[in-house]
Design a protein around this ligand. Structure first.
Ligand SMILES: [Zn+2]
Ligand SMILES: [Zn+2]
Ligand SMILES: [Zn+2]
Length: 281
């Protein structure tokens, strides 16, 4: 059965975040540790397609149940999404000719970065640029959807997956709703998700509110706060996609199910991502 498994729910730095000695990180128990975001998809033939190559790939493949890996796709070049790429190479997994789907700008960066270009030269990975909708395997397709996100290294694409019965949008990072919606000529999140025909939307929930950041960092690491997404969406209505917040910063109260923030999300009919969560497509 075609399905997706959420393999990490944290922002690039993970939870705990290195260097953080505040209560959000320093007293975490082992069961509270969260990997950077990644998603595993399994097509109708049982082959696995991994979205993002994080440094936690070993744990993530274990959590996923180690389906045979048939492809990898990357959304963009920020470190938490790509810092496990080297694990595909000969020191560790030693993959051969593994298709790696990414944007042309991300692929150019792969070729220009010695520690990654060696993966191409060794024949471990085979970079394939996004083009329209690609079939990943039986019953599973992927469409790359460009979204504005700070692009010092590469551009950013959300990824839309379609199975036989449902579709899932993976949008871990973007800068602002205004820019993303303007880019797609849409007036609301609801209308955009409807135009893409999305059933489940795993979306950027990095910060609960801007209170988590000193004001300068709001420009350095822009993400729409969950509070703003909730304001724009209101309560879940019939026909709405299921919103699942992912890519949570270590400071985000949504990491704690007992927090008021978590309850607010649930009361509005939405959802907070959990590692291991499974979605049938
Ligand atoms: Zn990120
Ligand atoms: Zn922390
Ligand atoms: Zn990013």
């Amino acid at each position: 059965m075609v399905h997706a498994v959420l393999l990490g729910t944290a922002q690039d730095g993970g939870r705990p975040q290195p260097g953080c000695t505040r209560p959000c990180c320093h007293e975490l128990q082992p069961h509270e540790i969260r990997h950077p975001v990644a998603l595993g998809l399994v097509d109708d033939s049982g082959q696995g397609h991994l979205i993002e190559a994080t440094r936690a790939m070993g744990d993530q493949l274990r959590l996923w149940g180690h389906p045979p890996l048939a492809s990898v796709a990357l959304t963009h070049a920020h470190f938490g999404h790509v810092d496990g790429l080297g694990l595909l190479g000969k020191e560790t997994m030693s993959v051969r000719d593994l298709p790696l789907h990414a944007s042309t700008s991300m692929i150019n960066l792969l070729h220009a970065t010695p520690m990654w270009s060696v993966l191409v030269q060794d024949g471990a990975i085979k970079p394939l640029p996004f083009e329209g909708t690609t079939s990943l395997g039986p019953g599973l397709s992927m469409t790359a959807v460009p979204v504005p996100h700070r692009a010092e290294l590469s551009d950013m694409h959300a990824l839309l997956f379609r199975g036989p019965s449902r579709s899932l949008l993976f949008l871990p990072d973007h800068d602002t709703w205004d820019e993303t919606l303007a880019h797609h000529d849409e007036v609301s999140i609801r209308s955009w998700l409807r135009s893409l025909n999305v059933d489940v939307a795993l979306i950027d929930g990095t910060f609960w509110s801007f209170d988590e950041l000193p004001s300068r960092s709001q420009q350095d690491v822009p993400h729409p706060p969950v509070l703003e997404t909730l304001e724009r969406m209101g309560e879940r209505r019939k026909g709405d996609a299921e919103l699942v917040f992912i890519h949570l910063n270590h400071t985000n109260p949504l990491h704690r199910t007992e927090s008021e923030a978590h309850q607010t999300v649930v009361q509005n009919g939405w959802c907070v991502g959990e590692q291991g969560m499974r979605f049938t497509l």
